[in-house]
Design a binder for this molecule. Structure first.
Ligand code: C5P
Length: 218
């Protein structure tokens, strides 16, 4: 690929709080890619369920997803523990996944023109949403490290939660995400494994950058 102009699609799957979001943002900024945190869309649906339990049906979700804007996904309420757990429950449902898929596909394959491509992270991106991605990564870390990172993030947001509860919540979500029948979290054979447990953000970023640069600038 040529240095000035390229179009790449990056697919990342990872369990909760493994650092995938942070890395995806750094990579997207570096290569000028459109970044979509797909977990936020499931969180948004979970948030709607908790906020409007009586209205929560397929028609309601369809309408909400149709009018969903990227900026709606930065709502801080989507980060609460209740929303986290509920998101891993509603994401097991085929009907909900189908509705969320079209939103993701649009941004994966047709990001706004000013970008050099797209970078999506989630649980089924490498094999369901962008099976033909130019780069596929499976980012993981030890469960205690993940819980500690998420605990620190939540504390920084002034959320009242203990480390023990965060660990419990992450284990529960792992169980749901790895074991569900539809689109479970898994590492595909063609994904590059990156274990972030003992690495700094910078070290992880450089590892990914090296892999991408080797392919696009050669
Ligand atoms: O990535 P994040 O932890 O914010 O995702 C919240 C939940 O959304 C996950 O626990 C998972 O159940 C669901 N999810 C999914 N498929 C994706 C992204 C997230 O099922 N592509």
């Amino acid at each position: 690929m040529n240095k000035e102009k390229f179009f790449i699609k990056i697919a990342i799957d990872s369990p909760a709080a493994a650092g995938a979001g942070t890395l995806a943002k750094l990579i997207s900024k570096h290569y000028n890619l459109f970044y979509l945190d797909t977990g936020k869309i499931y969180r948004y649906v979970a948030y709607l369920k908790l906020k409007h339990p009586k209205k929560f049906n397929q028609k309601f979700i369809k309408l909400k997803i149709k009018s969903l804007k990227i900026k709606d996904l930065s709502n801080k309420d989507l980060l609460s523990n209740a929303v986290s757990i509920e998101s891993s429950v509603i994401s097991k449902l085929k009907t909900i996944r189908k509705l969320v898929h079209s939103f993701q596909l649009k941004f994966a394959y047709k990001p706004p023109k000013k970008f050099n491509g797209s970078c999506l992270d989630g649980r089924d991106i490498t094999y369901k949403i962008i099976p033909d991605a130019d780069f596929k990564f499976y980012i993981t870390a030890n469960v205690n490290t993940r819980a500690l990172r998420r605990y620190k993030e939540l504390k920084a947001l002034n959320k009242k939660i203990s480390y023990k509860d965060v660990l419990k919540s992450i284990k529960k979500r792992d169980k749901n995400d790895f074991n569900r029948k539809i689109s479970p979290l898994k590492k595909t054979k063609d994904s590059i494994l990156l274990n972030t447990t003992k690495l700094s953000k910078r070290q992880c970023f450089l590892k990914i950058k090296k892999i991408i640069d080797r392919k696009i600038f050669n």
